[in-house]
Design a binder for this molecule. Structure first.
Ligand code: IMP
Ligand code: MG
Length: 229
């Protein structure tokens, strides 16, 4: 019989996107943005905390002048109404009125957070607004949202690394990996050596139970943190 603790653990699974693939794609995105925004000085707004690593790598590959800023938001409520509103935990330092703004986010899942943020920034009368997300989970979308720049499309699995966390862990992995509920022994899957080595460093974490499709890691994380960072 499994103990509560064993049943609640998580571990790293497959590496979905390697460090090299991320590096190449981030460079491509930066070139595309540099071309699209030539002659302007856009403001890149990173959603904390998940977007900070992506922002750092992206802006270092830009060839146009630009500014950066950060915002921390939390969407609240549950069900359909869930993210009609967002609460700003830390607002921007810059005035964005009349500016070309690009939102930098780690992943677009349901789309609620970005949808609400987009609306909020439009009310501040920005000149233009586009979204750039490292990852997109289109199969999870609940609201229509135009994500102009997408790094990679990922399936409906919980992913960590390169800024994305599970309960504040795994953010610093240089690649994107799937997070699997249960201990490695239970699931018995074959994993990449690199992911296993990293897990030794990051440790096994207390986490979600299985659900029929994918993992409910995100729901559990949200419940615990009641926030989106
Ligand atoms: P949504 O698009 O409003 O559902 O929320 C997107 C946010 O949820 C992201 O910015 C992440 O912080 C978090 N999130 C969604 N899917 C994942 C995942 O697979 N791993 C880690 N965080 C996730
Ligand atoms: Mg998060």
């Amino acid at each position: 019989m499994r103990s509560e603790t064993e049943g609640d653990s998580v571990h790293l699974g497959r590496v979905l996107i390697t460090r090299d693939e991320i590096e190449t794609r981030v460079r491509e995105l930066a070139q595309e943005i540099s071309t699209d925004y030539a002659g302007t000085v856009p403001i890149f707004i990173s959603l904390l905390k998940g977007g900070f690593i992506f922002l750092a790598d992206l802006v270092r590959n830009l060839s146009i002048p630009h500014e950066i800023d950060f915002i921390t938001v939390r969407s609240y409520g549950s069900g359909i109404e869930r993210s009609e509103r967002i609460e700003i935990l830390n607002d921007l330092n810059r005035n964005v009125t009349g500016r070309d703004v690009i939102i930098i986010d780690d992943i677009v899942d349901t789309g609620h957070t970005l949808c609400a943020l987009e609306q909020m920034l439009m009310e501040r009368n920005v000149r233009s607004l586009r979204i750039c997300a490292l990852l997109d989970k289109p199969s999870c979308r609940e609201v229509a949202i135009d994500v102009h720049y997408v790094g990679f499309r990922v399936p409906d699995v919980f992913v960590v690394g390169y800024g994305l966390d599970f309960m504040e862990r795994y953010r610093s992995l240089a690649y994107i990996a799937e997070l699997i509920p249960g201990s490695p022994k239970e699931s018995g899957e074959v994993r990449e050596t690199r992911a296993m080595d990293d897990e030794k460093e990051h440790g096994e974490l207390q986490g979600p139970h299985h659900r029929e499709k994918g993992t409910n890691a995100r729901a559990q994380e949200k419940e615990k943190e009641s926030g989106k960072a």
